[in-house]
Design a protein around this ligand. Sequence first.
Ligand SMILES: Cc1cc2nc3c(=O)[nH]c(=O)nc-3n(C[C@H](O)[C@H](O)[C@H](O)COP(=O)(O)O)c2cc1C
Length: 314
Amino acid sequence: MKVLAVLAGRRGGNGEILAKEALMRAEELGAEVKILNLHDYDIRPCTGCESCTVKFTQKHEAPECVNKDKDDMDAIMKEWLEADGVIVAVPAYSFMPAGIWRVFSDRFLAYEPNFHKQVGNQAYFRHRVGAIIGNGGSTRSWMSLTLECININMLSQDIKVVDQMMANRAPRPGQILLDDEALLRARQLGENVVKGIKDYEGTGFLGDPGLGWCPECHSNVLSLGQPLWNGGGFPIECPICHCGGDLEKGADGRWTFVLQANGRERSMLNGMGAKDHFFEIKETMQKFFMNMETINGRRKKYVDYKPERVKAKV
Ligand SMILES: Cc1cc2nc3c(=O)[nH]c(=O)nc-3n(C[C@H](O)[C@H](O)[C@H](O)COP(=O)(O)O)c2cc1C
């Protein structure tokens, strides 16, 4: 039973303290634990080459990232994929997860479990659970997209998120040590990850059920529904796990997000959403390859237009 903690905050910072508290509990319960801080590694931004999605969807083969041997991402992903449970601790920067987390998670595309499963890569047919710690200097309204953005990444990694917690109002490194409740909560989060590993099928969401609007992924944001690429859609959708439904007002006057009978058809929680997206990419990319002559002809106008470039320092 392997549990890996991935940190995206300061070395010795609040996220590290909370993640260590969670790991200590997981270790007490028998887990073999490891920790890494993304700041200690060379992780290049995704180049945007899309060679991974082209290989997945047009050749039906498992790709390798073009940066595989150029930085530390592949070594980190080896640990990430081997872990039975992952705990991520990411600070809020400008309402969202800190940028280094985004750089890391953009690189997930070549390691997308549901896409690898689609092309039959056996290494990805396994259960993993996870938990999210979002920490910040303020209250949730100043961390409004933090847990949500991380949750998207965990779902696209086919990780069952059994717990999410937020630690608020601790801006300076170590300040979270004044918050006994947050430390206790982190211990519980470590325990919940172990529960999820021991009983994957039987374990649901063990965090605060009132954490957010979505009854499925517990996120606290909703979107007006849009028509979907292959038809259908929902009046309201969860932009995190892609389940669909509508708002309903209860007898107590409170609004809730209620799933439609078919509201899980594109869900990121059951693999169907990712599978649907695989075929969407396949189709839209085919349109590119079939129309390359037209695109290249039209591209000339933009290649030839050369406004003055802003000079870089180096
Ligand atoms: C560039 C920057 C932006 C930040 N933006 C937010 C924010 O939007 N909301 C918030 O609650 N805290 C914000 N903070 C505070 C950090 O989330 C806080 O210091 C946190 O404890 C850092 O976690 P760490 O100790 O694990 O590195 C910001 C800090 C920095 C450096």
